[in-house]
Design a protein around this ligand. Structure first.
Ligand code: MF3
Ligand code: CO
Ligand code: CO
Length: 251
């Protein structure tokens, strides 16, 4: 690989590991009774302590350091004084900006004992992301990613959100290409080695439609059904990809 790609991968690797580390810290403390503001504070401090900046903070006016999206919230939930309760599911989405480069990742957390359906939604969402990551390499089409996710999700009776997508990332938080989580194999741009982008499927247990609440940020399912999401930042290589935001806890 050329030097420019080496540098962008190395910088994103560092930012990505800080973002993943923040979620590893969240995993240690998250439980019934905790507020989403406490999660936000932990993410802010961990990212800061690692010499990075929380990219969501003040991004287009977003007021907090991470997004906390509970139950029927699809994405961009704003941390608040509300307590998490037994049976809730929550996505925590963090982005570390380190040395000019971004690492963007999110995971689901189970609060206490969750329903079998919620568990199945979380597992299906995670598996759809990992199945898409498995096919990544130079030469495949963007549409192959969306098709892989959509096929798995719909086979399990769930639906793919269409109003939000993955995105190129690097020195900008969000840039081209748009990475749709639905679509047709063999369509769209071909991947080239050196590309860095996120895949971040949002999957609903009911209908795919969403709406934005009056705070201007919080996206929820229109039918109030549960929604889940996982996100990784990945870099494309000739043979496959590198996951920059993998958890050290998974080693
Ligand atoms: N981290 C989100 C993403 O995956 C973006 C959050 S932007 C914010 O792209 F302003 F809502 F924080
Ligand atoms: Co993202
Ligand atoms: Co994100």
């Amino acid at each position: 690989m050329n030097n420019k790609i080496d540098e962008s991968f190395e910088k994103t690797r560092i930012a990505g590991s800080i973002a993943a580390g923040a979620l590893d810290e969240v995993a240690k403390i998250i439980k019934p009774g905790i507020t989403t503001e406490e999660i936000d504070k932990l993410c802010y401090e961990y990212i800061n302590d690692n010499g990075a900046y929380s990219a969501p903070l003040f991004y287009r006016g977003f007021p907090k350091s991470c997004c906390t999206s509970t139950n029927h919230v699809v994405c961009h939930g704003i941390p608040s004084k509300k307590n998490l309760k037994d049976g809730d599911i929550i996505n925590v989405d963090v982005t570390a900006l380190k040395d000019g480069w971004h690492g963007d990742t999110s995971r689901m957390f189970e609060i206490g004992k969750i329903s079998i359906k919620a568990k199945r939604l979380i597992d299906t969402t995670y598996n759809s992301l990992m199945m898409a990551i498995k096919i990544l390499k130079e030469g495949i089409h963007l549409g192959d990613i969306g098709a892989t996710i959509q096929e798995h999700v719909e086979a399990n009776g769930f639906s793919v959100v269409q109003d939000f997508c993955g995105h190129g990332t690097g020195e900008s938080f969000h840039c081209a290409p748009n990475v749709l989580h639905y679509g047709k194999k063999g369509t769209g741009e071909k991947l080239k080695s050196g590309m860095i982008f996120t895949i971040e499927p949002m999957i609903n247990s009911g209908n795919y439609e969403t709406k934005i609440l009056n705070d201007g940020w919080t996206a929820v399912t229109k039918d109030k059904s549960l929604s889940a999401q996982f996100e990784h930042t990945v870099g494309i290589t000739k043979e496959g990809c590198e996951i920059f935001t993998a958890s050290k806890l998974d080693d």
